[in-house]
Design a protein around this ligand. Sequence first.
Ligand SMILES: [Zn+2]
Length: 216
Amino acid sequence: MIRLHLDKSKNEALSILCLGAHSDDIEIGCGGTILRLIEQYPACKFHWVVFSAIGVRKTEAQRGAESFAGSRLERLLLKDFRDGFMPYVGSDVKAVFEELKQTVSPDLILTHNRRDGHQDHRLLSEMTWNTFRNHFILEYEIPKYDGDLGQPSVFMPLEPEVCQTKVRHLLDAFESQRNKSWFEESTFQSLMRLRGMECNSPSGFAEAFYCRKLVL
Ligand SMILES: [Zn+2]
Protein backbone atom coordinates (compact mmCIF):
# COMPACT_ATOMS: atom_id res chain seq x y z
CA MET A 1 0.00 0.00 0.00
CA ILE A 2 1.34 3.46 -0.89
CA ARG A 3 2.14 5.58 2.16
CA LEU A 4 1.05 9.17 2.62
CA HIS A 5 3.39 11.71 4.17
CA LEU A 6 2.62 15.03 5.75
CA ASP A 7 3.34 17.91 3.42
CA LYS A 8 6.34 19.27 5.33
CA SER A 9 10.05 18.88 4.80
CA LYS A 10 12.31 17.67 7.58
CA ASN A 11 13.36 21.20 8.52
CA GLU A 12 9.97 22.88 8.33
CA ALA A 13 8.19 23.33 11.65
CA LEU A 14 5.23 20.99 11.61
CA SER A 15 2.67 22.38 14.05
CA ILE A 16 0.70 19.76 15.99
CA LEU A 17 -2.18 20.37 18.38
CA CYS A 18 -2.79 17.57 20.90
CA LEU A 19 -6.12 17.64 22.72
CA GLY A 20 -6.98 15.39 25.66
CA ALA A 21 -9.82 15.40 28.17
CA HIS A 22 -7.82 13.80 31.00
CA SER A 23 -4.19 13.79 31.92
CA ASP A 24 -3.16 10.52 30.25
CA ASP A 25 -5.46 10.46 27.20
CA ILE A 26 -3.08 11.98 24.64
CA GLU A 27 -0.23 9.72 25.71
CA ILE A 28 -2.34 6.52 25.65
CA GLY A 29 -4.05 7.39 22.37
CA CYS A 30 -1.13 8.67 20.32
CA GLY A 31 2.06 8.68 22.40
CA GLY A 32 3.84 6.41 19.93
CA THR A 33 2.79 8.57 17.00
CA ILE A 34 4.12 11.66 18.77
CA LEU A 35 7.50 9.97 19.31
CA ARG A 36 7.49 8.84 15.68
CA LEU A 37 6.61 12.32 14.34
CA ILE A 38 9.48 13.84 16.32
CA GLU A 39 11.85 11.35 14.65
CA GLN A 40 10.48 12.14 11.21
CA TYR A 41 10.03 15.91 11.64
CA PRO A 42 12.65 17.07 14.18
CA ALA A 43 11.57 20.71 13.78
CA CYS A 44 7.96 19.98 14.81
CA LYS A 45 6.23 21.93 17.58
CA PHE A 46 3.47 20.75 19.91
CA HIS A 47 0.60 22.69 21.41
CA TRP A 48 -0.71 20.44 24.17
CA VAL A 49 -4.03 20.90 25.98
CA VAL A 50 -5.43 18.78 28.81
CA PHE A 51 -8.89 19.83 29.96
CA SER A 52 -9.08 18.00 33.28
CA ALA A 53 -5.74 18.17 35.09
CA ILE A 54 -6.28 18.71 38.81
CA GLY A 55 -4.04 18.04 41.81
CA VAL A 56 -1.68 15.13 41.31
CA ARG A 57 -3.11 14.62 37.84
CA LYS A 58 -1.94 18.11 36.91
CA THR A 59 1.61 17.22 37.90
CA GLU A 60 1.31 13.99 35.94
CA ALA A 61 -0.10 15.76 32.87
CA GLN A 62 2.91 18.06 32.85
CA ARG A 63 5.28 15.12 33.29
CA GLY A 64 3.55 13.22 30.48
CA ALA A 65 3.68 16.10 28.01
CA GLU A 66 7.34 16.75 28.79
CA SER A 67 8.22 13.04 28.52
CA PHE A 68 6.70 12.70 25.07
CA ALA A 69 7.16 16.12 23.44
CA GLY A 70 10.29 17.22 25.29
CA SER A 71 11.87 20.37 23.87
CA ARG A 72 9.26 20.46 21.07
CA LEU A 73 6.59 21.45 23.59
CA GLU A 74 5.70 24.96 22.42
CA ARG A 75 2.73 25.41 24.72
CA LEU A 76 1.22 23.39 27.55
CA LEU A 77 -2.29 24.38 28.66
CA LEU A 78 -3.70 22.53 31.68
CA LYS A 79 -7.33 23.26 32.58
CA ASP A 80 -9.26 22.19 35.66
CA PHE A 81 -12.59 20.91 34.38
CA ARG A 82 -14.12 18.19 36.55
CA ASP A 83 -13.67 14.66 35.20
CA GLY A 84 -16.94 13.37 33.72
CA PHE A 85 -18.81 16.69 33.83
CA MET A 86 -17.60 18.45 30.68
CA PRO A 87 -20.80 18.09 28.63
CA TYR A 88 -22.64 19.93 31.42
CA VAL A 89 -20.34 22.95 31.26
CA GLY A 90 -20.05 22.88 27.50
CA SER A 91 -20.01 26.64 27.02
CA ASP A 92 -16.91 26.94 29.24
CA VAL A 93 -15.19 24.17 27.29
CA LYS A 94 -16.15 25.86 24.03
CA ALA A 95 -14.58 29.10 25.25
CA VAL A 96 -11.25 27.29 25.59
CA PHE A 97 -11.55 26.11 21.99
CA GLU A 98 -12.37 29.61 20.76
CA GLU A 99 -9.28 30.96 22.52
CA LEU A 100 -7.17 28.18 20.99
CA LYS A 101 -8.44 29.03 17.53
CA GLN A 102 -7.12 32.56 17.94
CA THR A 103 -3.64 31.43 18.91
CA VAL A 104 -2.83 28.35 16.83
CA SER A 105 -3.50 27.07 13.33
CA PRO A 106 -2.03 23.58 13.43
CA ASP A 107 -1.02 21.38 10.50
CA LEU A 108 -2.29 18.33 12.37
CA ILE A 109 -4.74 17.93 15.25
CA LEU A 110 -4.80 14.80 17.39
CA THR A 111 -8.05 14.51 19.33
CA HIS A 112 -10.60 12.07 20.73
CA ASN A 113 -12.81 9.79 18.66
CA ARG A 114 -16.33 11.01 17.94
CA ARG A 115 -17.76 7.60 18.94
CA ASP A 116 -15.78 7.25 22.17
CA GLY A 117 -17.77 5.83 25.10
CA HIS A 118 -16.70 8.58 27.52
CA GLN A 119 -18.83 11.72 27.49
CA ASP A 120 -15.88 14.08 28.02
CA HIS A 121 -14.01 12.49 25.11
CA ARG A 122 -17.01 12.80 22.76
CA LEU A 123 -17.52 16.46 23.63
CA LEU A 124 -13.91 17.35 22.87
CA SER A 125 -14.08 15.48 19.57
CA GLU A 126 -17.23 17.32 18.55
CA MET A 127 -15.79 20.70 19.52
CA THR A 128 -12.54 19.98 17.67
CA TRP A 129 -14.49 19.61 14.43
CA ASN A 130 -16.76 22.56 15.20
CA THR A 131 -13.83 24.86 15.93
CA PHE A 132 -11.13 23.84 13.45
CA ARG A 133 -13.00 23.88 10.14
CA ASN A 134 -10.17 23.63 7.63
CA HIS A 135 -7.66 21.40 9.38
CA PHE A 136 -6.32 17.87 9.22
CA ILE A 137 -7.77 16.01 12.20
CA LEU A 138 -6.99 12.49 13.36
CA GLU A 139 -9.03 10.92 16.16
CA TYR A 140 -7.16 8.57 18.49
CA GLU A 141 -8.58 5.67 20.49
CA ILE A 142 -8.53 4.87 24.21
CA PRO A 143 -9.13 1.27 25.37
CA LYS A 144 -11.62 1.16 28.23
CA TYR A 145 -14.26 -0.77 30.23
CA ASP A 146 -17.00 0.41 27.86
CA GLY A 147 -15.55 -1.65 25.00
CA ASP A 148 -15.90 1.07 22.40
CA LEU A 149 -13.07 0.18 20.04
CA GLY A 150 -14.07 0.29 16.38
CA GLN A 151 -12.56 -0.01 12.94
CA PRO A 152 -9.97 2.75 12.47
CA SER A 153 -8.94 4.01 9.06
CA VAL A 154 -5.45 5.48 9.45
CA PHE A 155 -2.45 3.67 10.88
CA MET A 156 0.97 4.73 12.11
CA PRO A 157 3.38 1.76 12.09
CA LEU A 158 5.70 1.88 15.09
CA GLU A 159 9.03 0.21 15.80
CA PRO A 160 9.01 -2.02 18.90
CA GLU A 161 11.47 0.38 20.59
CA VAL A 162 9.02 3.25 20.16
CA CYS A 163 6.22 1.14 21.67
CA GLN A 164 8.46 0.27 24.63
CA THR A 165 9.37 3.94 25.16
CA LYS A 166 5.68 4.88 25.03
CA VAL A 167 4.75 2.31 27.66
CA ARG A 168 7.70 3.25 29.88
CA HIS A 169 6.75 6.95 29.76
CA LEU A 170 3.11 6.06 30.53
CA LEU A 171 3.97 3.97 33.57
CA ASP A 172 6.52 6.53 34.83
CA ALA A 173 4.46 9.67 34.27
CA PHE A 174 1.04 8.49 35.48
CA GLU A 175 1.84 6.78 38.74
CA SER A 176 -1.61 7.51 40.21
CA GLN A 177 -3.23 5.35 37.53
CA ARG A 178 -1.19 2.24 38.20
CA ASN A 179 -3.71 0.96 40.75
CA LYS A 180 -6.20 0.51 37.90
CA SER A 181 -6.10 -3.11 36.75
CA TRP A 182 -5.97 -2.19 33.08
CA PHE A 183 -3.25 0.46 33.31
CA GLU A 184 -0.38 -1.88 32.53
CA GLU A 185 2.02 -2.75 29.77
CA SER A 186 0.03 -5.67 28.32
CA THR A 187 -3.05 -3.49 27.64
CA PHE A 188 -1.08 -0.90 25.69
CA GLN A 189 1.12 -3.38 23.85
CA SER A 190 -1.85 -5.60 22.92
CA LEU A 191 -3.75 -2.81 21.22
CA MET A 192 -0.66 -1.67 19.31
CA ARG A 193 -0.02 -5.29 18.25
CA LEU A 194 -3.60 -5.68 16.94
CA ARG A 195 -3.45 -2.40 15.03
CA GLY A 196 -0.04 -3.44 13.66
CA MET A 197 -1.58 -6.62 12.30
CA GLU A 198 -4.41 -4.69 10.68
CA CYS A 199 -2.06 -2.43 8.72
CA ASN A 200 0.58 -5.05 7.95
CA SER A 201 3.17 -3.08 9.93
CA PRO A 202 6.69 -4.40 9.27
CA SER A 203 7.37 -4.41 13.02
CA GLY A 204 3.94 -5.84 13.88
CA PHE A 205 2.97 -2.74 15.89
CA ALA A 206 1.03 0.44 15.16
CA GLU A 207 -1.30 3.07 16.56
CA ALA A 208 -4.58 3.71 14.78
CA PHE A 209 -6.82 6.70 14.12
CA TYR A 210 -10.15 7.64 12.64
CA CYS A 211 -9.95 10.11 9.76
CA ARG A 212 -13.20 11.68 8.55
CA LYS A 213 -11.81 14.09 5.98
CA LEU A 214 -8.61 14.09 3.96
CA VAL A 215 -7.59 16.32 1.04
CA LEU A 216 -5.14 14.85 -1.49
ZN1 LIG B 1 -9.98 10.33 29.29
